[in-house]
Design a protein. Structure first.
Length: 97
């Protein structure tokens, strides 16, 4: 069933937007700082997150690599995520602003 869903998503050309939203949802679920995140942007595997609190940003800054790993694990569990989409895929890096 998963292959059929992936093919449908690819044919409808919605995989990039869907993947982007799944990455944003993964950030909210994994980071624990969703309420302090005021903006998210994903480009070429880099997740840019704008934070409303410099204190929160400085506390999670050293955890970026750990968060990348957890986000990608979270994405692997989602049946709708299309990892081989040419525009969006797994997160390689997180940039905090």
């Amino acid at each position: 069933m998963g292959d059929v869903v992936h093919e449908y998503v690819r044919l409808m050309k919605i995989s990039a937007g869907l993947n982007r939203q799944l990455v944003f949802d993964a950030w909210d679920a994994v980071s624990g700082v969703a309420e302090y995140t005021v903006g998210k942007y994903l480009k070429d595997g880099v997740l840019y997150c704008s934070m409303s609190s410099s204190v929160v940003r400085s506390r999670i800054f050293p955890r970026r690599e750990e968060l990348v790993k957890k986000i990608n694990e979270y994405l692997m569990e989602d049946e709708l995520f299309v990892p081989d989409d040419p525009h969006t895929g797994y997160v390689r890096q997180i940039v905090l602003k």
